[in-house]
Design a binder for this molecule. Structure first.
Ligand code: NAI
Ligand code: MG
Length: 498
C-alpha cells in the first residue's frame, strides 16, 4: 500500500516498493515463507505502512541453511580466491550505481535523512565491501617451526561455514555490509536477517547480489523478527552467528551459542562517555559532541550519550549545545532539508519518551527538548534533541542506553575523577576525549575501558580499523582483519617426513 511519502520517490525506488509483498531469497529463488506469513514495514516519518514483507520461520531457516551449505560445498567453495574478490567488488559497484534508490529506501524505511543516507550509509557500505574485496587473495597460513625432527607442519585457514547474520535497524544497509563483507571474503556463505523495522534495503541487496553473479545459496535473505533471529541461533545447520543489537538479546544469543558451541560475535549497546578537558578547543568540542550524540537521531551504539565537562566550562558548553539543539531541523527522512529524522518506530518513540519522563521525574532539567516533539500516534515518531543537566551518575538516564536523541551533561573536577566515572558502566564500546594536550589525551585513552577511543572527534570509522566492545558491549571486533579472522577456522596439518 503506497503512502503519500512514496510520491517523492524516484521511479526506481517506487517500483521496488510497489513490487511488494516482498519475498525471501533462498538459494536461487525468491519465495514466500513456508507458512505464508507476512508483516508490514512502516514509514516512521508518517506512521503509515509501506508494504508487506515475508516473515521467515524455522522451516525457512532450514531451507536457507541447506542452500548455503550446498553453495559452500559446491561452486562457491571451489571458486578461487580471486573470483570471490571480483564478485564482492561487483556487488560494491552495483550498490554505488543504485545509490540514489538505496538512499531513498533507507530514508523511507528507517526515517533517516535521505541526504545522510546518500552521503554516509551507502558510500560506507560500498567502502566496506571494497576493503574486504581485497582480502581473499591475502588469507595465508603459516609454516610452523615445531620441535619435532623430520616434521613438516603448516596451517591453513578455512571458512567457518554457514553464517547467520542478524542486524539492527539503525543503519540497515551499512550493517548488512559490515556483516556480509568479511564473511564473503573468508569464503563463508550466509543468511542475512535484517531488522523487522527496516527490511527493504536488505531485500534490494539480495537482488543486487544476484545481479552481481554470486552463485545461488551464497547470500540468502530472510526477513522476519526476533523469532526468525532465534530460529537462526537455534539451528544446528548454522556454524556461526554474528549479531548487532541490544545487549539484552546479545546475552541470550551468547548463552545459546555457548550451549551449541557455535561461533559467535556480538556487537551490542553502549553508554559512551565523552570527556571535554579544560584545555580543549571548546568550539570544536561543542560541534563534535553535538553530532556525537544527535547524529542518526541518537540511534547509534557508539553515540556519545554521557557528556563530562570540567565544572568551570560546564555552562559555556551546555549553552552552546542547547542553542544548537533548539535550532535543529527535525523532520521526515525524505525531506532534503531534514537534519534529524524521527526515531525508527512507535516502540522506540515510547521507549525514548519514557526515558525522558524518567529523567524529569528523577529531578534532571531538560535545557533543550524534553517534551517529545511529535506524537507516536497519527504522525511520525519525532523527538526533539534533548539535553539534560542536573543529572547524577545513578539516574536511569545516566546509566541505561537510551538509543535516542538524549544527552546527559555532567560536570567533573579532575582527571582521575572523570576517568573513574566514565568507566563506571556495564558498557565499554566507545569513549571520547577533547584536549590539546597530547599526554593527557593518551594517558586518559589508556585508562578508558572502551573498544574505540576518539580524540578530538567522534565516531570515526573505517573498514580497516577494528570496532567493537569491552564488557557488556560485545564479543569480538567488526572491521579490519580482526573481523576476517572471526569467519576463519585455523587448521594445523602435521606431516611426518620420515
Ligand atoms: P533487538 O536487539 O531486539 O533487535 C536487533 C535484531 O535482533 C533485530 O534483527 C531483531 O529482529 C533481532 N532479534 C530480536 N530478538 C531476537 C532473538 N531472541 N534472537 C535472535 N534475534 C533477535 O533490538 P530492538 O528491540 O530493535 O531495540 C531495543 C534496544 O536495543 C534499543 O533501544 C537499543 O538500546 C538497542 N539496540 C542497539 C543496537 C546497536 O547497534 N548496538 C541496535 C539496535 C538496538
Ligand atoms: Mg520500517
Amino acid at each position: 500500500m503506497p503512502t503519500t511519502a512514496t510520491e517523492s520517490l524516484s521511479d526506481a525506488a517506487r517500483k521496488f516498493v510497489e513490487g511488494g509483498p516482498h519475498k525471501l531469497l533462498i538459494g536461487a529463488d525468491w519465495m514466500e515463507a513456508a507458512d505464508g506469513r507476512t508483516f508490514e514495514t512502516v514509514d516512521p516519518s508518517t506512521g503509515e505502512a509501506i508494504c508487506e514483507v515475508a516473515q521467515a520461520g524455522a522451516e525457512d531457516v532450514e531451507r536457507a541453511a541447506q542452500a548455503a551449505r550446498a553453495a559452500l560445498e559446491g561452486k562457491w567453495g571451489k571458486m578461487p580466491a580471486a573470483g570471490r574478490s571480483l564478485l564482492i567488488n561487483r556487488l560494491a559497484d552495483l550498490i554505488e550505481e543504485n545509490s540514489e534508490e538505496l538512499a531513498q529506501l533507507e530514508a523511507l524505511d528507517n526515517g533517516k535523512p535521505v541526504t545522510i543516507a546518500g552521503a554516509v550509509d551507502i558510500p560506507q557500505a560500498v567502502a566496506h565491501l571494497r576493503y574486504y574485496a581485497g582480502w581473499p587473495t591475502k588469507i595465508e597460513g603459516e609454516t610452523i617451526p615445531v620441535s619435532w625432527p623430520n616434521m613438516f607442519t603448516y596451517t591453513i585457514k578455512e571458512p567457518v561455514g554457514v553464517c547467520g547474520q542478524i542486524i539492527p535497524w539503525n543503519f540497515p544497509l551499512l550493517m548488512a555490509s559490515w556483516k556480509i563483507s568479511p564473511a564473503l571474503a573468508a569464503g563463508c556463505t550466509l543468511i542475512l536477517k535484517p531488522a523487522e523495522q527496516t527490511p527493504l534495503s536488505a531485500i534490494r541487496l539480495g537482488q543486487l547480489a544476484q545481479e552481481a553473479g554470486f552463485p545461488e545459496g551464497v547470500i540468502n535473505i530472510l526477513t522476519g523478527d526476533g523469532e526468525t533471529g532465534a530460529a537462526l541461533v537455534d539451528s544446528t545447520s548454522i556454524d556461526k552467528i554474528a549479531f548487532t543489537g541490544s545487549t539484552e538479546v546479545g546475552r541470550r544469543i551468547g548463552a545459546r551459542c555457548g550451549e551449541l558451541l557455535k561461533r559467535v560475535t556480538l556487537e551490542l549497546g553502549g553508554k559512551n562517555p565523552n570527556i571535554i578537558l579544560p584545555d580543549a578547543d571548546v568550539e570544536a568540542a561543542i560541534k563534535g559532541s553535538f553530532q556525537g550524540i544527535y547524529f542518526n537521531t541518537g540511534q547509534a551504539c557508539n553515540a556519545g550519550s554521557r557528556l563530562f565537562v570540567q565544572k568551570d566550562q560546564f555552562d559555556t558548553v551546555v549553552s552552546g549545545l542547547a542553542e544548537a539543539a533548539k535550532k535543529a531541523k527535525v523532520g521526515p527522512g525524505l525531506d532534503t532539508g531534514t537534519q534529524f529524522g524521527p526515531v525508527v518506530s512507535k516502540e522506540q518513540y515510547e521507549r525514548v519518551s519514557s526515558y525522558i519522563e524518567s529523567g524529569l521525574e528523577q529531578g534532571a532539567e531538560a535545557v533543550a527538548g524534553g517534551n517529545g516533539g511529535g506524537n507516536g500516534d497519527g504522525g511520525g515518531y519525532f523527538i526533539n534533541p534533548t539535553l539534560f543537566t542536573g543529572v547524577t551518575d545513578d539516574m536511569k538516564i545516566a546509566r541505561e542506553e537510551i538509543f535516542g536523541p538524549v544527552l546527559v551533561a555532567m560536570p567533573y573536577d579532575d582527571l582521575d575523577e572523570v576517568a573513574r566515572r566514565a568507566n563506571d558502566t556495564d558498557y565499554g564500546l566507545a569513549a571520547g576525549i577533547w584536549t590539546r594536550d597530547v599526554a593527557n589525551a593518551h594517558n586518559l585513552a589508556r585508562k578508558l575501558k572502551a573498544g574505540s577511543v576518539y580524540i578530538n572527534g567522534w565516531g570515526m570509522v573505517d573498514a580497516a580499523a577494528p570496532f567493537g566492545g569491552y564488557k557488556a558491549s560485545g564479543i569480538g571486533r567488526e572491521m579490519g582483519h580482526a573481523n576476517l579472522d572471526a569467519y576463519l577456522e585455523v587448521k594445523t596439518v602435521w606431516t611426518s617426513l620420515k
